[in-house]
Design a protein around this ligand. Sequence first.
Ligand code: ZN
Length: 260
Amino acid sequence: MRALQYLLIGCFIWLVSCKEISIPQPNPTSTQSNNNNTNSNTNPNPTNTSTSWALTTAQGKEAYDEFVKLVFKDSGGRDKNVAKWTDAKPQILVFLDGSKDPNITKALEGIFVELKAINKVNAFSFTSKAADASIIINRATFEEHNAKYTSAKSPSSGLAGFTTYTYNSMSGITNATIWLNISLAANNAQYILRHEFSHALGLSHTSNTNSIMFATANIYYKTASYSALDSKIIEILSDKRIRQGMTLKDADPIIKEYLK
Ligand SMILES: [Zn+2]
């Protein structure tokens, strides 16, 4: 036990990963790159309707490529290793700070239920004590947030949300802080919350508009829950054999077990 403690202290390198999502343009005709992603808003994930995840199918290949982008690339497209919550933490507590709104609480409860079906290792639930929380969600103005959470400052007031997480290179993500821009209507916040919460799980961004992790709020992505693609990514990441700090080379055979 003493040796283990020493090992952990010796590897106590804290790194911060910052993620962001832009507020969608109020007028869809003025949006830029995400406006040409699809010609339909009725079925945002047309490739995710079949049941086969085999790598030989378009759906399976998409899932593999997305997993690589979201888990093994940072937001700048640079290579990184796995960052995830430890399986030694079956219950992760979430504290809701800032302006309260029942719609926000309800949206988060829905996300917790969604995740329970996908991530069999870590469950999420609310705590009323900030000190007990591993994830803090602060619904506030940009100025209020940056004044209070000085180690998790948002770089821009123009973002819908911003997530900072810290992780230990040995044991994984230890805590996360999510800023939710107060200017977002509470009943529109679920998409943003699902995106930010997914950053808090260790996911980066993608250019794939079928994914919740597309960096600009996607007006065509209006699913009421995680898409099949998103669910697959989170399911694979939560596998206990996928470890904090793992390289793609080492994780590759495990990822492919899910894509048969
Ligand atoms: Zn983001």
